[in-house]
Design a protein around this ligand. Structure first.
Ligand code: HEM
Length: 440
């Protein structure tokens, strides 16, 4: 027994030395690392703790000049907050981390979760669907949805949580622009709510898997109640987009492969689904499943991000009355008391845009962007080795000293008074590099 124990300890020590053999070239180790298990005890299953941990690691990384190494058992993770280093990694490695696998049953080979070869091919095909001309077509929907949101909020007199209102409105908007799905009747609203709850719960399940190491293994996961729940939710989520996809496909067939713009909410436009169906017909690309995965990806990636950005922006406006007044005055000046937004107005709402960017700077919706390194990367002082994971710590990057001594303050004026950092990549609210947000 004793021999076995000695053998085990020696084997672990040898393995540890092998894993850490290149450590002198790597960024410094984050303090409080335990032998063999490293920083694994820092792992947490609690979302609030996870947020605090992310803040703590960001600050430690800033103090250590922009790069530290975190050890999660045998896994080495590089954490970066330095703009130059973050840019180098984002531009060199496009492969995301294994955590993204947990979303693949839902959105498959959509852009967020696709492997690099598929991503390269599909991103090129999809870029034109996000042209200015296509987006301008959605203005009618955006105006109507803004009016709906105001009507929804204006009768509430007591203190309330604004998140569910923003999230549901955001989901309706993305369902309109992605699928052309209107939400008018009682039944539409019921289905939309059911879809909304399924979507929120799916996010929750994915986070459960990310934070619970024992659920990483697919076989173990398949025995859990969580997996059975995921199956049910996927049925709801996939059914909705599949139903609309089949309906539009039939219309395309009946109409000589042309889909007319749909006329909804006072404007004519082509939803993302129709653009994909036409592209599929024209260039013989995309199976039905791929189209469904791309549409689902846009719904997932577009609604929660936009709604969260609005949520933080409103909280910040509510906490900074002078900024709120400035936004209000700018809107009055550009739009007057009550007219729809037109495309030429957007470039005149400069202060409002600065407020949204400043909100995204302080509270990025993706506080961490991850990459799996598929090659060694030489940085100023360190080398990051292939096969390891890298966390581009957007939360910390946005508080780096390049933002000035007041980096921690909410100050929208910084976007207008010439005090922005020289490097455009110091802001990563929509990520940085080629794998950044297509919906930016
Ligand atoms: C304020 C709103 C938004 C924010 C803050 C945001 C932020 C981001 C970020 C940080 C990423 C990188 C994620 C990663 O590395 O895994 C990303 C990717 C992506 N976003 Fe957005 N996003 C927003 C709106 C949208 C909208 C409206 C759409 C679509 C309608 C969209 C579609 C996507 C897609 C498809 C990707 C994956 C891109 C790729 O890998 O090629 N996003 N977004």
């Amino acid at each position: 027994m004793l021999i076995f124990l000695v053998f085990l300890v020696v084997s672990c020590a040898v393995y540890w030395c092998w894993v850490r053999r290149r450590s002198r070239y790597e960024p410094p180790l984050l303090p409080q690392s335990w032998p063999l298990i490293g920083h694994a005890p820092l792992r947490t299953m609690d979302n609030t703790r996870l947020w605090e941990l992310m803040q703590l690691v960001s600050h430690r990384c800033l103090e250590a000049d922009g790069a530290v190494t975190l050890l999660l058992g045998p896994q080495t993770v590089y954490v970066l907050t330095d703009p130059e280093m973050c840019t180098a990694v984002a531009n060199t490695c496009l492969d995301k981390s294994e955590f993204y696998q947990f979303g693949r049953r839902w959105v498959g080979d959509g852009l967020v979760t696709a492997d690099v070869p598929t991503w390269k091919y599909h991103r090129k095909l999809l870029n034109p669907a996000f042209s200015q001309q296509v987006l301008d077509g959605f203005l009618g929907v955006f105006n109507s949805q803004a009016r709906r949101l105001v009507a929804d909020l204006e009768d509430i007199e007591e203190e309330f949580d604004h998140w569910p209102h923003l999230a549901l409105n955001g989901l309706e908007t993305i369902c309109l622009t992605s699928l052309g799905m209107e939400v008018n009747t009682h039944e539409d609203k019921r289905l939309n709510k059911q879809f909304f709850h399924a979507l929120e719960e799916m996010f929750h399940i994915i986070m459960e898997r990310v934070t619970k190491v024992w659920l990483y293994n697919d076989r173990v996961y398949s025995w859990t109640r969580l997996k059975k729940r995921e199956d049910k939710l996927l049925e709801v989520l996939h059914n909705m987009s599949n139903k609309i996809l089949q309906k539009r496909k039939q219309e395309l067939k009946d109409n000589n492969n042309i889909l007319n713009q749909i006329d909804l909410l006072g404007g004519k436009f082509k939803p993302f689904l129709d653009l994909l169906l036409e592209l599929a017909e024209e260039k013989s690309v995309f199976t039905d499943q791929e189209i469904r995965e791309h549409v689902d990806t846009m719904i997932v990636a577009g609604h929660d991000t936009s709604a969260n950005t609005l949520m933080y922006t409103l909280v910040l406006l509510g906490s900074h009355s002078k900024v709120q007044e400035n936004v209000y005055q700018e809107i009055l000046e550009v739009l007057g008391p009550d007219r729809d937004v037109e495309k030429q107005d957007l470039s005149r709402l400069v202060y409002t845009e600065a407020v949204i960017k400043e909100s995204l700077r302080l509270y990025p919706i993706f506080p961490v962007v991850t990459r799996t390194l598929d090659k060694d990367i030489k940085l100023r002082n360190y080398t990051l080795f292939s096969g390891n994971l890298c966390f581009i710590m957007v939360y910390g990057l946005h508080r780096h000293s390049v933002w000035g001594h007041d980096a921690a303050l909410f100050r929208p004026e910084r976007w207008l008074d010439g005090s922005l950092p020289d490097s455009a990549n110091a802001f990563a609210g929509f990520s940085i590099g080629r794998r950044g947000c297509i919906g930016e």
